[in-house]
Design a protein around this ligand. Structure first.
Ligand code: F6P
Length: 323
C-alpha cells in the first residue's frame, strides 16, 4: 500500500466515447477510498499550463452517458520534450498530486512513462476508437465508434441500393484496420480494405464487384480504412473499370462522438476503478488492459513493445461471407 493522498486524471489525444465514464469512475473510486481527486484539463497541456481543478462527486454527475470528455483533450507537443515532461511533473507535485490516471492512446502512454520517470506514479487507460493497442482486447470508444459507423453505412446502403451504385465508405482507424474489419462484417460489405493486408491491387476489388453483379447483386459496399486512403480515387477508378456509378463517403469525426454504448460505459468504468486500485497499491508505469475475460495490468514499456495484428479470423470471415 502507498501513502498516496491526491490523484489527478486527464484525457489525452483523440477523444473517445466512454472517456467520461472512465473519468467518473476514477473520481468516484478515488473519493470512496478517501483520496482527493483533481481534474487536469486539456490533457498534458493542462499540467504544463496548470489548468487543474478539484473534483468532487458532483463534478462527475450526469456524465456517464455523454460522449467527448468533460476534461477536454489535446495532442501536446511540449510533452514530447524533456523540459515539458519535467515541468509537467513539477506542476503535478506543486498541485499536491502524487498519482495520475492518463486516459488516451499509445502516444499518451509515452507521456505517462515520462511522468513516471519524473517521480509521479502514473497509470494509463487505453482510450481510443482505433483498438490499436496491442496489450488489450478492449479500448475505450471502439464499441461506440463501430456502432456509429455501422449505422452510417446502413444508411448509405439504402441510397446505394436505390440507385444500384457502388459505395466506397471510408472509416477511421489511423494506421489500423480494426474499425473497417468489424464494420465490414456487420454491414455485409463486398470488400474491405485494411492497411495491414491491402496490397494496392484494385483489380481484386473490381473483379469482386463484377462477380457480385453477375450473380444479381445490384449495389455494392466497399469499406476502406483511412490508413489505405484515397477513397475518391478508388471510386473513380472502380466506376471507370466497371461502368457502375460509384460514390465515396468519408464518415469522419462523427465516429468519435455520440453517447457511449453500454459496453463502453461498463468497461470504461471498470478501467477507471482498476486504475485507482493500482495507484493505491503504489504501482506506477502500468497500463490497464482487458484480456481473456479479465481486467489486468502491464508495465507500459512491455505494453508498448507488443505488436498487434489484425484478427485473422475476422479477416477470413469477411472474405468467406462476401462470396
Ligand atoms: O485515434 C483516433 C483518430 O480518430 C484516428 O482514427 C484518426 O486517424 C485520428 O484520430 C484523427 O485525429 P484528429 O481528430 O486529430 O484529426
Amino acid at each position: 500500500m502507498s501513502d498516496i493522498k491526491t490523484i489527478g486524471v486527464l484525457t489525452s489525444g483523440g477523444d473517445a466515447p466512454g472517456m467520461n465514464a472512465a473519468i467518473r469512475a476514477v473520481v468516484r473510486a478515488g473519493l470512496n477510498n478517501g483520496l482527493k481527486v483533481k481534474g487536469i484539463h486539456k490533457g498534458y497541456l493542462g499540467l504544463i499550463e496548470e489548468e487543474i481543478t478539484d473534483m468532487d462527486t458532483m463534478s462527475v454527475s450526469d456524465i456517464v452517458h455523454r460522449g467527448g470528455t468533460i476534461l477536454n483533450s489535446s495532442r501536446c507537443k511540449e510533452m514530447m520534450t524533456p523540459e515539458g515532461q519535467k515541468l509537467a511533473a513539477d506542476n503535478a507535485r506543486k498541485a499536491g498530486i502524487d498519482g495520475i490516471v492518463v486516459i488516451g492512446g499509445d502516444g499518451s502512454f509515452k507521456g505517462a512513462q515520462r511522468l513516471s520517470e519524473n517521480g509521479i506514479n502514473t497509470i494509463a487507460l487505453p482510450g481510443t476508437i482505433d483498438l490499436d493497442i496491442a496489450c488489450t482486447e478492449y479500448t475505450i470508444g471502439f464499441d461506440t465508434a463501430v456502432n456509429t459507423a455501422m449505422e452510417a453505412i446502413d444508411k448509405i446502403r439504402d441510397t446505394s441500393a436505390s440507385h444500384e451504385r457502388c459505395s466506397i465508405i471510408e472509416v477511421m482507424g489511423r494506421t489500423a484496420g480494426h474499425i473497417a474489419l468489424w464494420c465490414g462484417i456487420a454491414s455485409g460489405a463486398d470488400y474491405v480494405l485494411i492497411p495491414e493486408r491491402y496490397d494496392g491491387d484494385e483489380s481484386k476489388i473490381i473483379d469482386k464487384i463484377l462477380s457480385r453483379r453477375a450473380v444479381g447483386k445490384m449495389h455494392h459496399i466497399v469499406i476502406n480504412a483511412e490508413g489505405c486512403g484515397d477513397s475518391d480515387g478508388i471510386a473513380k477508378r472502380i466506376e471507370a473499370a466497371t461502368g457502375i456509378e460509384t460514390r465515396a463517403t468519408v464518415i469522419g469525426h462523427m465516429q468519435r462522438g455520440g453517447n457511449p454504448t453500454c459496453h463502453d460505459r461498463v468497461y470504461a468504468s471498470a478501467f477507471g476503478a482498476k486504475a485507482v486500485d493500482l495507484l493505491i497499491e503504489g504501482k506506477t508505469n502500468r497500463v490497464v488492459a482487458y484480456k481473456d475475460g479479465e481486467f489486468i495490468d502491464y508495465d507500459i514499456d512491455e505494453a508498448l513493445a507488443m505488436k498487434k495484428d489484425i484478427d485473422e479470423l475476422l479477416y477470413d470471415l469477411v472474405r468467406r461471407l462476401s462470396r
